[in-house]
Write a protein that binds this ligand. Structure first.
Ligand code: TA6
Length: 282
């Protein structure tokens, strides 16, 4: 079957559907430029999307791959995770080949964003789908005449059968800030990270690809340009305080995020930056 891209209504959200090689599929919402679903050639959904997600822009869509920019979490005065999660993005280029489908969405500053953050910017997300692989690239341009700094993340919600059975390998030896424990700085001493309670960590300068092992499912996770990795699972009690997560939602998700957090990124006037996360079914 040929690859294609079509506009669809995905659970009430206007989106683009990438039909990739060997039955692979990805869905990208115009709201937030957010990937909502990714099914590789084996037919299994790899991203978690809450069945209570709000798609009308009044809140960020809970799940998929939200784009956090120009502020990660509450590390500044802007709304949590920045300004672009709830915005409507424009569709830029699309292209299809025998072994891929690719789409670009973009969003720029406007009066509302400048009222909160006074910088002209252009954010572009490019989603590339192959049979067993998804690439998500975030590009940031500074068209203004003064430099700016930002923090950012691709806040990827991976779908897992049961988070208690997951091991995340590749973080051994790296320093992390533990947001679930008073922001203490620690060094990872385990060869595999197991999720056994609320987990909210920012690993710094991670220079290795990661391997997510979950039963008979393995996923390779690789980042370029994003130095940090955020690992988040709210577990039972925190999850109960999140209205757009179902009661057992925490069990079926693990966020493994490509992030630029502990050292803000500086972009010169007229300059640009890009970072990418790649997910590969192994
Ligand atoms: O990336 C982890 C994190 O910053 C957590 O602290 C957690 O609150 C999560 O993001 C979700 O944030 P949100 O604003 O989408 O509820």
């Amino acid at each position: 079957m040929k690859t294609s891209i079509e506009t669809i209504d995905f659970q009430g959200i206007e989106a683009l559907c990438l039909n990739g090689p060997r039955g692979s599929r990805a869905v990208v919402a115009k709201r937030g430029g957010q990937v909502l679903s990714w099914t590789a050639a084996d037919g299994r959904e790899r991203l978690f999307l809450s069945d209570r997600a709000v798609g009308d822009g009044s809140a960020a869509i809970r799940g998929g791959i939200p784009v956090c920019f120009p502020q990660f979490a509450a590390l500044g005065d802007l709304p949590r995770h920045g300004l672009v999660r709830t915005r409507e993005w424009q569709v830029g280029g699309r292209s299809c080949g025998d072994d891929y489908a690719m789409v670009t969405l973009l969003v720029e500053d406007d009066a509302a964003s400048r009222a909160l953050w006074p910088h002209p910017f252009r954010a572009e997300i490019t989603v590339g789908l192959e049979a067993d692989r998804l690439d998500i690239e975030l590009g940031i341009d500074n068209p203004g005449d003064s430099p700016f700094q930002f923090t950012a993340a691709l806040h990827t919600y991976l779908r897992v059968v049961q988070v208690e059975d997951v091991a995340l390998e590749g973080l051994y030896g790296f320093t992390y800030r533990d947001a679930a424990d008073g922001n203490r700085q620690r060094r990872e001493t385990g060869t595999a990270l197991l999720v056994e309670g609320e987990t909210d960590r920012i690993y710094q300068d991670v220079r290795r690809p990661l391997l997510l092992q979950a039963g008979n499912l393995s996923l390779g996770i690789h980042a370029e340009g994003f130095p940090d990795v955020v690992v988040w699972n709210p577990w039972v009690e925190r999850s109960a305080q999140i209205p757009d997560l179902p009661a057992n939602g925490w069990r079926h998700m693990l966020c493994v995020e490509a992030a630029a957090v502990h050292r803000p990124v500086a972009v010169a006037a007229g300059g640009s930056w890009s970072g990418r996360q790649t997910l590969v079914v192994l």
